[in-house]
Write a protein that binds this ligand. Structure first.
Ligand code: BGC
Length: 317
């Protein structure tokens, strides 16, 4: 039994054909045409799906179906993407039917972070845990809540939208969701880059090595992390603020749900153990005694959690 997983991210589309143990037997990747609308994204998803299926040496009809993780609010029962914060033109898209027709397969949808949480719960760090919360740290900040092994979808598909919980009330930063003060505006990759540009606009900070990078190429979150570990004063300051914002989001979740495990997945987790340590120690300072020692770890499946969880949706039934 094999299934196709598609992880539609703000930056890239990852696909994998996975077997019943969650292991990938074929993979694909395409850039997300995030600003080009739904059709362009559909075509890119199909291209990435084709790559994974070819690599697996299978024909489509040998697959049980395809699961898709979408970076936005999804109503799985209706097969509808209500909206996707960091993708242009994604409002009320009947993606399940569109993709099912194009792929000739049964298709299930989930929010991308919900899919990643399911992936970790079934095949990763959450295998022996009943209740877990997973944060995806990428272009946006997503969240997935697993209660007794199932995704908490919520009444409006908003279950687990931790990236849009509020952590700043006075002079809050604008978020991609068009509101203000969300965790994502502070700890998402876009937020990190924005913070860096703002800081570099102040003259006295121009002697940061970030300035040279910004002159040379498009500044990205990984540059800020790399320079922080090299000791650059401004990059260190930005990463500490990022960790602090994330820790506030985690603390709110600990105080709301008291899960057994909190997992961090997605691109930013490539930042390595030092970032995780910063986040843990800040949670330790902010959280109430009872939940202070809750395990906060990187997801075991790393950036494959989303794609594996997406496939898991159709492997389950
Ligand atoms: C979206 C979430 C999504 C997350 C990660 C956020 O901006 O609102 O729905 O899960 O990004 O892609």
């Amino acid at each position: 039994m094999m299934a196709l997983g598609i992880d539609l991210g703000g930056t890239s589309i990852k696909t994998a054909v996975v077997d019943i143990t969650g292991a990938p037997v074929g993979e694909g990747k395409e850039k997300t045409p995030a600003e080009d609308g739904v059709e362009a994204c559909v075509e890119a998803m199909l291209a990435a799906a084709g790559e994974a299926i070819n690599m697996a040496g299978l024909r489509r009809e040998q697959l049980t179906g395809a699961g898709i993780g979408v970076p936005g609010v999804v109503l799985p029962a209706k097969g509808l993407v209500v909206e996707a914060t960091n993708l242009t033109g994604w409002v009320n898209v009947p993606l399940r039917d569109i993709m099912s027709r194009r792929l000739g397969l049964r298709v299930e949808l989930a929010n991308d972070a919900n899919a990643a949480a399911l992936g970790e719960a079934r095949f990763g760090a959450g295998r022996n845990v009943k209740n877990l919360v997973l944060f995806t740290l990428g272009t946006g900040i997503g969240g997935g809540i697993i209660i007794n092994g199932d995704i908490l979808v919520g009444a409006n598909g908003m279950g687990g939208e931790i990236g849009h919980t509020l952590i700043e009330m006075s002079r809050p930063r604008p978020c991609g969701c068009e509101r203000f003060g969300c965790v994502e505006a502070y700890a998402g990759a876009l937020g990190i880059v924005k913070r860096a540009h703002e800081a570099l606009a102040e003259d006295w900070r121009k002697h940061s090595a970030l300035h040279e990078v910004a002159e040379r190429e498009k500044l990205e979150a990984h540059h800020v992390f790399d320079l922080a570990w090299d000791g650059d004063f401004l990059a260190k300051e930005i990463i500490a603020k990022t960790a602090h914002a994330l820790a506030a989001g985690i603390t709110n979740i600990l105080h709301t749900l008291d899960p057994e495990l909190v997992l961090l997945a997605g691109g930013i987790t490539k930042a390595g153990p030092r970032f995780l340590e910063q986040v843990r120690s800040m949670v330790g300072e902010m959280a109430l005694r009872q939940v202070r020692d809750t395990r906060v770890e990187y997801a075991l499946l790393g950036d494959k959690a989303g794609v594996t969880g997406a496939a898991a949706m159709v492997l389950a039934a």
